[in-house]
Design a protein around this ligand. Structure first.
Ligand SMILES: Cc1cc2nc3c(=O)[nH]c(=O)nc-3n(C[C@H](O)[C@H](O)[C@H](O)COP(=O)(O)OP(=O)(O)OC[C@H]3O[C@@H](n4cnc5c(N)ncnc54)[C@H](O)[C@@H]3O)c2cc1C
Length: 399
């Protein structure tokens, strides 16, 4: 049985398959585990913050966004045909009804994920800077506060407890917010959201799989195709090998479409670029994870470091603006959260990655019309959060 991709999704999938008694071959093009989008994400286990990006408010703001009104979002001046196609499907999701359905569907996976992560941590002792930190989402505009109140009610109906706090109440919970220079008026608080380092977790779990001889990792091998005969997947072809398989789970993140489209399967994944910096904490670093909706940055305390991440650039696979965008992220972080990090340090790690976004915000998990071929991909902004939920789901289906 093969799992393609050794990001957080592939490794967690291999873990749950191994728990069901399967021996798994994980194939990864990079030489290390979690080298793609799972490498330096914001580190938030945002179980309560599953609100779909495609919603009516986003649609209303879109013309301004396309003209550059928001420094946190960038659109390619000449979008590719693939991006335009994806955009059309995304626009159709921007209704209240669809946004609710998508938010709740992802919330259910997230809540299951939270329970599974707790269990996994009991079974496998790993050091990955995990902290039950809680999460505060800062709101600057009356419209955002009104939307937040509706979202809190919707989530409560589905068993997820969040609350809208005044600015003062939020500062009581996280005193470091006093030093935030944003003009936020309220905050959504979710006590049950956590922070942790996705890369350390993925590496630790992969080591454990290797040690238990439950999975073999074929690193530095690029999957170039799948051979399908009599409607079943029979072989995985890489640039170095050819593997006979009885089942395959595709966990290639933004690399999934390239492999699946020739088979007539469209996972509807658009790469959305985001950025992060990791640096020593400053004099007033928050311990809760903090998302500032206005500036589109998030701050997470990961062990001895603070990670600041953000932005959503719809630029296909372009990377040429990276340095400018990272400079912009640093500038915004310095302005909004001047004491959260030690920006003067020479020890700042800069990173960028592509979120595998689907138009409806739901990951693509499950069977395909080809026998033995399964998907676990398209986790967008929430792959770290949803990893245990979708990994166990697909393992169950494969078994
Ligand atoms: C700035 C930023 C901040 C984020 N913050 C958060 C957060 O706080 N919380 C959260 O839940 N999520 C967050 N995310 C999203 C999360 O990081 C992703 O959803 C998640 O990492 C996706 O994991 P993956 O395993 O599907 O993809 P990847 O980690 O990209 O793994 C896919 C793997 O497949 C390999 N691969 C691709 N093609 C091939 C091929 N042909 N052959 C062999 N190997 C191949 C790649 O090398 C890669 O290692 C953030 C993302 C970004 C960019």
């Amino acid at each position: 049985m093969a799992v393609l991709g050794a990001g957080v999704i592939g490794v967690v999938t291999a873990w749950y398959l191994s728990q069901k008694g399967h021996t798994v071959t994980v194939i990864e093009q990079d030489h290390s585990v979690a080298a793609g989008t799972s490498r330096a994400n914001a580190g938030q286990l945002s179980y309560s913050f599953t609100d779909a990006l495609a919603r009516p408010e986003f649609l209303r703001k879109l013309p301004g966004l396309m003209l550059g009104s928001d420094p946190g979002i960038l659109f390619r001046s000449r979008p590719s045909a693939a991006l335009l196609r994806w955009g059309r499907v995304f626009l159709r999701q921007c209704t209240t009804l669809q946004a609710h359905a998508n938010t709740v569907a992802v919330l259910q996976v997230a809540m299951r994920s939270a329970r599974l992560m707790d269990r996994l941590m009991e079974e496998v002792p790993l050091e990955f800077s995990f902290a039950r930190a809680g999460k505060l989402v800062l709101l600057a505009y009356a419209e955002d506060v009104a939307n937040a109140r509706r979202s809190v009610v919707l989530k409560r109906e589905h068993g997820c407890l969040t609350e809208v706090l005044t600015r003062d109440e939020a500062v009581d919970i996280e005193p470091a917010l006093q030093e935030i220079r944003g003009d936020f008026v309220a905050a959504i608080y979710s006590r049950d959201d956590h922070v942790a380092d996705a890369r350390l977790f993925t590496q630790g779990l992969a080591d454990r799989l290797r040690r238990d001889r439950a999975a073999e990792f074929r690193m530095g091998e690029t999957v170039t195709g799948l051979v399908v005969e009599t409607s079943r997947v029979r072989r995985v072809v890489t640039d170095r090998n050819d593997y006979a398989v009885d089942a395959v789970v595709v966990c290639l993140g933004t690399g999934s479409a390239k492999l699946l489209l020739p088979l007539g399967i469209d996972p509807e994944i658009c790469p959305v670029r985001g950025y992060s910096i990791t640096l020593p904490p400053g004099a007033s670093a928050p311990s809760a994870s903090v998302s500032d909706l206005k500036s589109r940055i998030v701050l997470s305390r990961l062990g001895p470091a603070i990670r600041i991440a953000g932005f959503a650039d719809f630029v296909d696979f372009q990377t040429r603006h990276d340095e400018a965008r990272l400079d912009a992220l640093v500038a915004i972080a310095r302005r909004v959260a001047p004491l959260a990090a030690d920006y003067e340090t020479g020890d700042m790690q800069r990173w960028a990655g592509f979120r595998p976004m689907t138009p409806d915000g739901r990951p693509r998990v499950g069977r395909t019309r080809i026998g033995g071929l399964f998907l676990n991909t398209g986790h967008g902004m929430l792959g770290w959060t949803l990893a245990c939920g979708t990994g166990s789901e697909v393992a169950q289906l494969v078994s």
